[in-house]
Design a protein around this ligand. Sequence first.
Ligand SMILES: C[S@@+](CC[C@H](N)C(=O)[O-])C[C@H]1O[C@@H](n2cnc3c(N)ncnc32)[C@H](O)[C@@H]1O
Length: 254
Amino acid sequence: MSRPSVDYDNNQHAVYAKARSISGEMLSRWMSVFAEQLPARRPLTILDLGSGTGRFSPALAATFGGPVHGVEPSDRMRAVAEAASAAPNVRYVAGEAARIPLPDASVDGVLMFLSFHHVPDKRVAAREIARVLKADGRVLMRGQFSDRRTPAWYSRYFPSLATIEQTLFPTLGETLEAFEAAGLRQLTFLEIEEVYHQTEAEAVEKLRMRGISAFDLIAEDEATAGFAALDADLAAGRATIRLTGRSDLLVLGR
Ligand SMILES: C[S@@+](CC[C@H](N)C(=O)[O-])C[C@H]1O[C@@H](n2cnc3c(N)ncnc32)[C@H](O)[C@@H]1O
C-alpha cells in the first residue's frame, strides 16, 4: 500500500486546536524535557517544523527566548496559529520539511512534534533539516513509529485507523536511516508519559471532534458505526478510556 496522506487544509484545521489542546502542566513538562536536550545558552533560535495551529510555538519562545519560526505547509492551520497562537518573537511562515525558508546553520533546535510522519520524502527533509541546523544544534522529534505503535483505547471502535496509521508512520529504523544519510545521528531516545486529557468526558468529547488525522481517511460509515458502539459502551459503563500514554522523543544531532 502506498503511504496515505492527510491535507490539513481539508478538515483538521477546523478542529485541531480544540481537539488536541494540551494542558499548561503538560506544556511545561515538554519545555523542561526539551531544555534538557537543547544547548544551554540563551536565547535559542527554534524551528517549529510542522507547527500546525501553534500549539508549542509561543511556549518555545517564552522558554528559549527565540526567535521561533513556525514553518507549516497548510495555509489554514497557519491562519489558526496566526489568530490564536501569536506571540512576541514567533512568526508563522509557509514552507515544509523539504523546503525550509531559512538560511544554512541558522537554528539551535528543530522541533518536529507529530509532523515527521506526514513528510513525503523523508531523506530530502532530513537533508534540509541538517542544512538549517547549527553545528551543535538538536532535532527534537516527538515521533510516531509504526514498529512502536500501541493500540489507542478507541482503536476497537475504528479498526481502519490502526491499519492507516501502520502505513502512514515510518519505522524508527527508516527514520534514523534518513537522518544518518544527512549526517545526523540518534543522541537520545526518551519515552515520556504524556497526559492527554484530564477526564474521561474530555477524552470522549475530543475524540468526537476527530482531530486525529487518520479520521480523514476512514469511511464515514465506519466512523458513524464506531461512535455508535462507543456511545453504547459509555451508556453501559463498559468503555475503557485511557487518559495517558507513552510518547516517543527521538533526539538527533551531529
Ligand atoms: C499532527 S499535526 C502537528 C502540529 C503541531 N506540531 C502540534 O503538535 O500541534 C501535523 C502537522 O504537520 C504538518 N505537515 C504536513 N506535511 C508536512 C511537511 N511535509 N513538512 C512539515 N509539516 C508538515 C501538517 O500540515 C500539520 O499541521
